[in-house]
Design a protein around this ligand. Structure first.
Ligand SMILES: Cc1cc2nc3c(=O)[nH]c(=O)nc-3n(C[C@H](O)[C@H](O)[C@H](O)COP(=O)(O)OP(=O)(O)OC[C@H]3O[C@@H](n4cnc5c(N)ncnc54)[C@H](O)[C@@H]3O)c2cc1C
Length: 412
């Protein structure tokens, strides 16, 4: 059994893990980045890359790397309510973001982030390495990981001053810490498939609150060459209590909803329909402890309304990096040092945003409220502008949390 030592071990090289590796490498931190998969690898997702991701991609100097990869830009969101009323919300170009939002298959998107991390001089990567356990010292500090190296077919362990769990929704690191708690009230299951030949695609992402999937939504997101990512997601609690077959619901909506029948008439399903889980940020987890931090889905950070988790995962990496750096400089890997990351993350806007999204998710559960909200947005430029601003601007997000907004919503 070989043993090596690093400053930081990152378990999982998805958007959260690869982003953390890139930020730490800028500061010459010696990182070991482990992933059980070999890149490029697929990840079941809606593939919508929002403004928060783009800002970080810009900071990491990766805009050029995305310029020529297959992707489709979008500049608006269509919301459709259970009673069929709909509203189009423009996504204004955020001045601090270099390009418009886009959809990009995760096989492509994650590979760009991973190859960037791999190319950094201070980052060692091992693909096909499955982390199976954490190592603790006599004081209970996490000091390393154990795993199976799929290349050598040998068990192997590595040690570091900090271990970052970025190994996704079924995180082994979080599980071994006793923190993987998939609460069905704060957790969703989604399925998605790739289609070609859907008509009426128009540089927008489309979200339908329809009977088949409430509480949840049906989506059509545009991809390169006229392809689309089509999927549905619902709260796990609902799926379990009603024994719902999500794939069936998706196909049923496509076959029976008047808004889809014509558009899917000549469409072809060009992939398997795959499902995966989304741990929502409305369930607040402990994100750091003695010797460790958790990021992205492993930290349950997905937006409970939109299901967006890529940007939140990358954002968590951006906020963990300076705290880890501070820990390395002060040689303090205690919970009191590393948990500053959690405080920063929640105070830098994510906490308020997740709170608001949880509120919107609950509105979406009630058909009448969803009809009312989308109907109002359809009629009121004030509501549309507020939602539109909310998509790019932290102050506008705060505005949506204020009682004044809801009073105006009622009386506008
Ligand atoms: C159907 C669906 C649709 C979604 N749509 C969107 C969307 O459109 N936009 C959006 O922003 N978000 C979306 N999400 C959420 C998004 O996919 C996740 O939030 C995002 O992938 C989180 O990134 P991550 O780096 O934390 O985890 P992941 O992307 O899951 O990466 C984790 C990595 O860890 C590796 N790993 C796992 N276990 C181990 C182990 N034991 N040892 C070593 N490596 C391991 C995996 O191979 C993987 O590479 C969707 C999710 C689903 C399920």
């Amino acid at each position: 059994m070989a043993s090596d030592s690093f400053d930081v071990i990152i378990a999982g090289a998805g958007p959260a893990g690869s982003t953390l590796a890139a930020y730490l490498a800028k500061e010459k931190v010696r990182v070991l980045l482990l992933d059980k998969a070999h890149f490029p690898r697929d990840k079941t997702c809606g593939d919508a890359i929002g403004g928060r991701c783009l800002k970080i991609i810009g900071e990491l100097g990766l805009m050029d790397a995305f310029e020529f990869v297959p992707r489709e830009e979008y500049d608006k969101i269509y919301f459709v309510s259970p009673n069929g009323s709909n509203v189009v919300i423009d996504i204004p170009q955020n001045p601090s973001v270099p390009v418009p939002s886009f959809c990009c298959r995760r096989e492509v998107f994650d590979n760009v982030l991973f190859q960037n991390a791999k190319s950094q001089p201070y980052v060692t990567t091992i693909e096909n390495f499955t982390v199976t356990d954490i190592i603790k010292d006599e004081k209970g500090f996490v000091v390393g990981v154990k795993g199976m190296n799929g290349n050598s077919k040998q068990p192997q362990e590595f040690r570091a001053k900090v271990v970052a769990g970025a190994d996704g929704a079924t995180s082994t690191v979080a599980s071994k810490l006793g923190q993987l708690n998939l609460d069905p009230n704060h957790h969703c299951i989604s399925v998605r498939g790739y289609y070609s030949g859907i008509t009426g695609m128009n540089k927008g992402i489309e979200i339908y609150f329809i009977d088949q999937v409430i509480p949840g939504y049906f989506w059509i997101f545009p991809l390169e060459d006229g392809k689309a990512n089509v999927g549905v997601g619902m709260l796990t609690k609902e799926i379990r209590s009603k024994n719902i077959d999500l794939k069936k619901r998706m196909f049923d909506a496509i076959k029976t909803r008047p808004e889809f029948i014509e558009r899917f008439k000549n469409a072809k399903l060009i992939s398997e329909v795959k499902g995966w889980t989304l741990p929502f940020g409305s369930k607040k987890m402990k994100l750091a402890g003695d010797g460790y931090v958790l990021l992205g889905d492993a930290a349950s950070l997905i937006d409970p309304f939109s299901g967006e988790g890529i940007g939140n995962g990358m954002f968590s990496a951006k906020h963990a990096a300076p705290i880890i750096l501070e820990a390395l400089k002060s040689n303090d890997f205690s919970e009191s040092q590393l948990s500053k990351y959690q405080d920063d993350l929640w105070n830098q806007g994510l906490g308020a945003e997740i709170k608001m999204s949880y509120f919107l998710q609950r509105i979406g559960k009630f058909k009448r409220l969803a009809n009312f909200f989308i109907g109002k947005a359809q009629r009121s430029p004030y509501v549309r502008e507020t939602i539109s601003g909310m998509l790019v601007n932290a102050d506008a997000k705060k505005k949506m949390m204020s009682p004044t907004f809801y009073l105006k919503l009622l009386f506008s």
